[in-house]
Design a protein around this ligand. Structure first.
Ligand code: 3NM
Length: 518
């Protein structure tokens, strides 16, 4: 098989260590995986003697060759030659690519591990057939991985390879399994290049039934993840927004969607009241084990990272996986993301652990989400802005493009983008900054609305921002509001009033929207 015709979609890397293989027979496990759909196999064995390696390679080849599945040997060009297999996979510390090619000839399949952009560019320019890009996620299978670029890092490498017109095949490796395979392929893809496959060790080698595990993965990687199904990015004018938003609010009131809040202990009561006023049915559950049952009810999830703990993070990840599995909208509110190392770690873990349809935060929080270095946030407050208006617009847009979601950066002017459409919203009132939980409960509002407005999540989020901020403006104007204390109940009343007006077909409240297309 010519190297260019190889199917890299489900790349199995073997592992004979007891922690992964157990007491099973390597050849039988690989045979099952090939039957299940593995499209290419690499023999990775760091301990066996050369003679044994050649014997194992020949045995594996008897299984892979009749199935038309190429077999490669990790590191060992001599073993590849002696066993007559289709090629090798070399790491950065092994024999270099050019020498390997000279030894094995033009027909051999030669892949190279690349843990950074530089390594990827060099290997691709040298002419490698494919690159193993990783580690996508931290993995106990290979603890000494040099870096963990994540899906965002892989996407950057793919973009640069395409820019340089380097037509090399690519597979992602590291921590990939049936739970995240679709998301890895979806979120790592750039507009110009996507991964040709996923490479797995434990997801197949350690599976109770390797054939079924391979079958499962083979099926999953052919279809987009559930949360990627409904993306509609039609252009929106201000007048479209003013017409559509009240209709969305009326629909929310009619459907009363479940809004699952995993939120901090400061705002739980306030968030539940806001959700009710908006027209949702709130449930405040920080127990991840309840999430699968709740996700099945068709609502949405908001994960608010305030007052976080390690236990809570595990619950957040369990819940996120449950909503991702059914395509239920998940909103991330990375409260205080830039304030402490623990919270920065929390942001990384949550973003690596699942997909968020919408991420909402103030400037420092969104900068942290984007991976910016040196963000210093004073507590959970928004603090003074470090970025110009143009920089904020660029940040929401590029982060949304990268994450393939909606990014909302709140501030005196809010910026919201889905990577293609970007809006500035300058509604709201300064009293929102004088009460606790105003950012958090905006997250709740948006979550409730996108539970219903699933097709156009940017429009759903925009509806949430406008309802929330216009309610604040209306409340602040009321004669009974004397300050932050009296503002809170008036604000809840105005959310309720806006909902009732929308239900009655009166959308005139949305005329107050100050939205600019940017
Ligand atoms: N190479 P699992 S990560 C062999 O980053 C290997 O280059 C990696 O194992 C890299 O699928 C890795 O069990 C191990 O997470 C992948």
């Amino acid at each position: 098989m010519a190297p260019k015709d190889v199917d890299y979609s489900l790349y199995l890397v073997t592992d004979n260590t007891p922690a992964i293989l157990g007491d099973r027979d390597l050849v039988s496990v690989v045979q099952a995986a090939v039957q299940g759909g593995a499209t290419i196999v690499q023999l990775r064995d760091k301990t066996s003697d050369t003679g044994d390696l050649v014997r194992i390679a020949k045995e594996l080849h008897q299984v892979t060759k009749p199935a038309g599945v190429p077999l490669l040997i990790n590191d060992r060009v001599d073993v590849a030659l002696a066993s007559g297999v289709e090629g090798v996979h070399i790491g950065q510390d092994d024999l270099d690519y050019k020498t390997t090619r000279k030894i094995l000839g033009p027909e051999a399949i030669i892949g190279v591990t690349a843990n950074s952009l530089e390594e990827a560019l060099i290997a691709a320019r040298d002419g490698a057939d494919y690159l193993g890009l990783g580690a996508v996620f931290a993995t106990p299978t290979k603890e000494n991985t040099k870096s963990i670029p994540g899906t965002a890092g892989i996407q950057h490498i793919l973009t640069r390879l395409a820019e340089e017109k380097l037509d090399v095949k690519t597979v992602g490796i590291g921590g990939i399994n049936a739970k995240n395979a679709q998301r890895v392929l979806y979120q790592s893809a750039s507009a110009t290049k996507k991964l040709d496959g996923i490479a797995v060790v434990s997801a197949i080698m350690a599976a109770e039934n390797p054939e079924e595990a391979a079958e499962d993965l083979e099926m999953l990687i052919k279809i987009p993840p559930p949360f990627a199904k409904s993306i509609a990015k039609s252009a929106l004018t201000l007048s479209d927004i003013q017409t559509k938003v009240p209709a969305i609010i009326a629909k929310v009131a009619a459907k009363k969607p479940l809004c699952h809040n995993m939120t901090n202990l400061v705002v739980q009561n306030f968030a539940a009241n806001v959700a009710l006023a908006v027209g949702c049915s709130p449930i405040m559950s920080n127990n991840g084990l309840e999430a699968a049952d709740l996700a099945a009810l068709g609502g949405s999830l908001v994960i608010n990272m305030g007052t976080t703990t390690t236990d809570m993070r595990a619950n957040h990840l369990t819940a996120l996986a449950a909503y991702n599995a059914v395509g239920g909208p998940a909103i991330f509110d990375p409260v205080g993301a830039g304030a402490t190392q623990e919270r920065r770690n929390g942001v990384k873990a949550l973003m690596a652990g699942g997909y968020f349809d919408i991420i909402k935060g103030n400037e420092n929080e969104i900068r942290t989400v984007s991976g910016a270095a040196g963000v210093k946030q004073h507590g959970v407050d928004s603090g003074t802005s470090q970025l110009s208006r143009e920089e904020r617009i660029a940040l929401v847009k590029t982060t949304a493009q990268r994450e393939k979601n909606v990014i909302l950066m709140t501030g005196a002017t809010d910026f919201i983008s889905d990577g293609e459409r970007t809006f500035a919203v300058s509604n709201g009132h300064e009293l929102l900054g004088e009460i606790t939980g105003s950012g958090c409960t905006l997250g709740t509002t948006i979550a409730g609305i996108v539970a219903v407005e699933r097709k156009d999540k940017l429009l759903g989020a925009l509806a949430g921002v406008l309802m929330y901020e216009i309610a604040a403006e209306r409340a602040a104007k009321r004669g009974d509001v004397k300050g932050p204390g009296t503002f809170v109940p008036a604000f809840i009343d105005e959310l309720y009033n806006i909902r009732q007006e929308s239900v009655a077909g009166d959308g005139s409240w949305a005329q107050a929207a100050k939205v600019e297309i940017v």
